[in-house]
Write a new protein. Structure first.
Length: 485
């Protein structure tokens, strides 16, 4: 760690991560290992698929063709940018480049063998690309998981400068801090020349003026510079700084004042040399259409049948424990604020509601959702039901009835809805869900503000693919029991 002295601030700088430079080489090694493994499997397994090929020439051709195909495959990934340093860690571009390069290789091999009348084993071709493409994607996925894990532990970080007004700098910095897996470590801010502050409201040191970006990037050793709103007075200044920075090993990122909007709703269309960003309307209305409803009906019916034995086991344990009611019914607010009776397995003592006020006072309850660890009201069978979220299984009936959805914002209490501000009211534009972004992002460990933010993101950026992804992640969140109490 070193110290940087500037006209305004003196701050500690995180040393550059040398491992960042070897990420492309690491990805190359992973790809080579996978390709060699897949090539070996394809070579050994070709006989089972080559039902029309038994000649010795076809078999012998593999010794020449297989190495050339694998070498060409790696070159195609390289040519399409699959090993660019700024590609790793986030986004789908990495996967797209690998898949496109693989499909291009398969097409060229097929056309080339046909034109040259080369006797390539069809079994080898099918196995090599049929197994190789998903294997390469899986390898890149596992590499990305390793990168994210390393970044959360303080490794593989990129040093970032953010240029813009103090408010914009803090807004971008808050997003980068909230997502540590991105690997961006903010080392300072550059503000307009009229702003003489020493730091932003969130405590980020101001190193200098935004129009001095080139010299400050060189002095600080930044890997990335973000240009946010209010950074520069004209497009000409931006163009000149980009020209000046082309000789430095630094990424230039333009961060518009657009947050909490999914990439599916953003279209960049250059017009007259201007890269205009078009933002599609929020997709909340799509989350209420028949496609999602049909998905909910089929999914809830299937899960009710699959979990029938668990329903029986839970019913027996709850009834045996204290002879009380099996189900707990609580009024919740659904779509557009309409009240409904939300069903859950009873996990608390019979007089739980009467004890609530006392516990809220003891815990210093200040509004929002009330949750506490080691809640004394929870029964013995209730603890394992809550641990794995099995207490919420009866809500499948709510989904079937149309009160809820499989995926959506958490169903709020009417008293919570009464305290909603204008932003939080948007959560009521769709049916509440049994699971959602709040479930797979920390459950009860999340703050009230963070839970609302995730729900609003879901409402504004709904897609069926996102629903499927959340359901898949819910399995891991439930069995991991993180934030469940």
């Amino acid at each position: 760690m070193t110290l940087l002295s500037t006209g305004r601030q003196r701050l500690s700088i995180v040393a550059p991560s040398r491992a960042l430079r070897v990420l492309p080489l690491t990805a190359l090694v992973v790809d080579v290992v996978i390709m060699v493994g897949v090539g070996t499997v394809a070579g050994l397994g070709r006989e089972r698929l080559d039902v029309f090929e038994t000649s010795a020439s076809v078999v012998d051709s593999l010794g020449l063709a297989a190495p050339l195909i694998l070498l060409g495959w790696m070159f195609a990934i390289f040519a399409l940018g699959g090993y660019r340093p700024n590609l790793f860690g986030a986004g789908t571009d990495e996967y797209k480049r690998v898949v496109n390069a693989s499909l291009l290789t398969a097409g060229l091999v097929g056309i080339g063998c046909y034109m040259a009348r080369f006797a390539l084993s069809r079994g080898f071709f099918v196995l090599a690309f049929g197994l190789g493409i998903p294997a390469l994607v899986l390898g890149r996925f596992l590499l990305r998981r390793a990168i994210h894990s390393a970044r959360r532990h303080g490794a593989l970080l990129q040093r970032v400068l953010i240029a813009g007004s103090r408010a914009h700098v803090d807004e971008i910095a808050s997003v980068l801090r909230r997502e540590p897996w991105l690997g961006y470590h903010v080392i300072g801010a550059l503000t307009p020349e009229y702003d003489l502050s020493d730091e932003t409201a969130s405590g980020i040191p101001v190193l200098g003026n935004a129009d001095e970006a080139t010299s400050l990037v060189e002095a600080s050793g930044a890997d990335v510079i973000f240009f946010a709103g209010g950074a520069l007075a004209s497009a000409g200044q931006m163009r000149k700084i980009v020209w000046d920075l082309e000789h430095h090993d630094v990424q230039v990122v333009v961060a518009p004042s657009v947050t909490e909007i999914s990439s599916d709703r953003i279209r960049v269309r250059p017009v007259g040399g201007l890269p205009l960003m078009h933002i599609d309307p929020p997709t909340a209305i799509d989350a209420s259409r028949w496609g999602k409803r049909l998905f909910d009906i089929v999914g809830s019916l299937s899960l009710l049948l699959a979990f029938a034995p668990l329903f029986l086991l839970a019913t027996i344990q709850i009834k045996w424990h204290d002879r009380g009611p099996v189900l707990f019914r609580q009024t919740r607010s659904g779509r557009d604020g309409h009240a409904f009776s939300c069903l859950k397995f009873r996990t608390m003592v019979r007089d739980a509601e009467s004890l609530l006020a006392k516990l809220q006072v003891e815990q210093g309850y200040a509004g929002g959702l009330f949750k506490m660890e080691n809640d004394p009201r929870i029964t013995r069978p209730g603890r394992w039901l809550r641990r794995y979220s099995l207490d919420e299984l009866p809500q499948l009936v709510n989904v079937l009835r149309g009160d809820m959805s499989l995926v959506g914002p958490r169903p709020p209490l009417p008293v919570e809805v009464a305290s909603y501000d204008v932003d939080a009211q948007r959560r009521l534009r769709v049916r509440p869900g049994m699971t959602g972004l709040w479930q797979v992002s920390g459950r009860s460990d999340l703050s009230w503000t963070e839970a609302v933010r995730l729900d609003l993101y879901y409402v504004d950026n709904w897609s069926m693919l996102q629903d499927v992804s959340i359901l898949a992640k819910t399995v891991g969140a439930v069995f991991g029991s993180r934030g469940a109490y």
